[in-house]
Design a protein around this ligand. Sequence first.
Ligand code: CAA
Length: 293
Amino acid sequence: AKRPAGVPEVPPRQISKVGIVGAGLMASQLAMVFAQHLQVPVVMTDIDETRVAKGLDFISSQVEKLQGKGKISAEQAAGLRGLVTGSTDKSVYADADFVIEAVFEEIGVKKQVFAELEEIVPAGTILATNTSSLSVTEMAADLRHPERVIGFHFFNPVAVMPLIEIARTPETTDEPIATAFALAAALRKTPVLTSDSAAFVVNRVLLRLMAEVQKAFDEGTDAATADQALRPIGLPMTPFTLLAMVGIPVAQHVTESLHAAFGERFHVSANLQRLIEAGVTEIWSTDEDGRAF
Ligand code: CAA
């Protein structure tokens, strides 16, 4: 196979244990793919027991589905369940070789996570962020070892979306990048190396499309009509269906970050804001016949 652009000529680091910071929507999906494809222990942490338990329940249900489809044996299912553990204590990362954070998309929160991790993990541990819209460089700026920090961005749903965007900052050294490429291959994903610019490559395009549709929504087009109009152009998922999957508050938050970085190119929808303030977290979507539900 053709070697992807930007792979450094240094050996990747051997990964024998993976840490996931967070146990939410993306974090739990990450834990699942790392355990499944690397077959190494994966530890997830979150701020309380309830969140951790929810993440572990997700793993259990995914394992059950794989077994139900006959993709893994009962023995492999038991093995997978045993590989993923959860905790509220970040000291479980003390012997991890690769730790990726997938916590709330807020620069202060992410910086705090990295600062805490730096006190726990050994010198060679790679620190990655699954951010989709924030500056990796800024996230690493106050660390003693910013050279081991990379962006490693997955798409939702993690199990099926093939791409990983690997972001290199001006400080990142070769080994973390070589390791990221090796990991992506082990996870059976397609890696691309991007510069550390807001939203890397894919979300600059995807979120721009989403923002335009939301602008039409603000201007009076109803969501179901917009979805129906966009169905035949070949999108795998219509915009409001995608919005429902990502979650309105999360999507709005990402658009706000892009608005901050790129201005009016990314319209922040007043309509969505009203829905969020009204506590609506699911938006109607459309069925095959274009009916809203
Ligand atoms: N989790 C796990 N597996 C899933 C899944 C999920 N959420 N959704 C679908 N699958 C699996 C199905 O189980 C099925 O597996 P099998 O073949 O083993 O049965 C397989 O994927 C195909 O499922 P479908 O037949 O339902 O496939 P589809 O043709 O409807 O495709 C899709 C599903 C791949 C999700 C497709 O709808 C799609 O590509 N949607 C767009 C997703 C997208 O744009 N994601 C980016 C979101 S934005 C983001 O992530 C970024 C951000 O940074 C803010």
